[in-house]
Ligand binder design. Structure first.
Ligand SMILES: O=C(O)CCC(=O)C(=O)O
Length: 275
């Protein structure tokens, strides 16, 4: 069953192009309503995470920012409805890439539902909201920033410029007992090797208080973990909240959801080398 019913205006914006012989895993093409995410972030606030100050000294100088009020609750509900429409309402189990285009189910490392939704337009409009935050100007151009790019680009005096949000949007849905165990995000490189990701974006799509009689969410924070796993910084899910962080060197996890449902959307921030 879909998590949310699809409002009429969104149903109208959905153009389903079905394959000649329907295959369950072929996503539908879903267009965004014309004015969706038009205009500025409704209530933008930013908080930079100071890893040293907050007790994760091994990550001193690493970059992570929490942005609140990037989207309204209604906009988040619409994203969920549109993504579900693209997948015929089906949340598949989240799999792990094992190379050679193969995926495996490893529920000891991640256990949750997933919809992969490729949508350039949503990625573009979401980034327009996110880049309004002053802190984000720092990651538009990466120069001599070895903790983010590694020492290769640093030694070669390379400058990497932000190009776009990856259109591959991964929606994750966690219910009772589900989790994403500790890991570090991999740097994604495009096939032509012209672009690579250096930062991750998480958008939280629901609040802890359950709506319409749904059970409220307990647990499920995105947590930065110390190397020995004894210290942590938690980012609690909140509708319309965005968490941005560097991919290199930052251990993190999605804490167990004890009750209720947690919905997030994750993608990569892409960069290309300046000539
Ligand atoms: O859902 C979360 O809080 C974390 C998920 C995560 O780390 C990931 O998608 O790589």
């Amino acid at each position: 069953m879909p998590t949310r019913s699809v409002p009429a205006e969104i149903r109208k914006a959905i153009h389903a192009r079905r394959p000649k012989s329907p295959v369950a895993s072929v996503p539908k093409v879903v267009h965004l309503p014309k004015r969706f995410l038009d205009g500025p972030a409704p209530n933008l606030e930013q908080r930079e995470i100071d890893f040293k100050e907050e007790g994760l000294t091994e990550y001193a100088g690493h970059w992570a920012v929490v942005l609140d009020g990037v989207l309204t609750e209604e906009e988040c509900d619409q994203i969920v409805a549109l993504a579900e429409a693209s997948a015929d309402g089906k949340w598949e189990r989240a799999m792990v890439n094992v190379g050679g285009g193969q995926q495996m189910l490893y529920e000891d490392t991640r256990k949750c539902g997933r919809i992969i939704w490729d949508n350039h337009e949503l990625a573009k409009r979401l980034w327009k909201r996110v880049e309004q935050a002053p802190a984000v100007s720092k990651i538009q151009r990466l120069e001599k920033w070895a903790s983010v790019t590694g020492y290769g680009p640093w030694k070669r005096d390379e400058v990497w410029k932000m190009t776009r949000l990856n259109e591959r949007l991964r929606l994750l849905k966690y219910t009772g007992g589900e989790y994403f165990k500790v890991h570090q995000d991999g740097i994604y490189e495009t096939v032509d090797k012209k672009e690579r990701s250096y930062f991750t974006l998480h958008l939280y799509l629901n609040n802890a208080e359950g709506k319409n009689g749904e059970e409220s969410l307990k647990g499920g924070a995105t947590t930065f973990d110390s190397h020995n796993m004894h210290r942590r910084i938690e980012v609690v899910p909140k509708v319309g909240r965005v968490l941005l962080f560097q991919q290199r060197g930052l251990l993190h996890s999605g804490d167990d959801v004890i009750s209720g449902t947690k919905l997030t959307m994750r993608t990569d921030i892409m960069f290309a080398k300046e000539d």
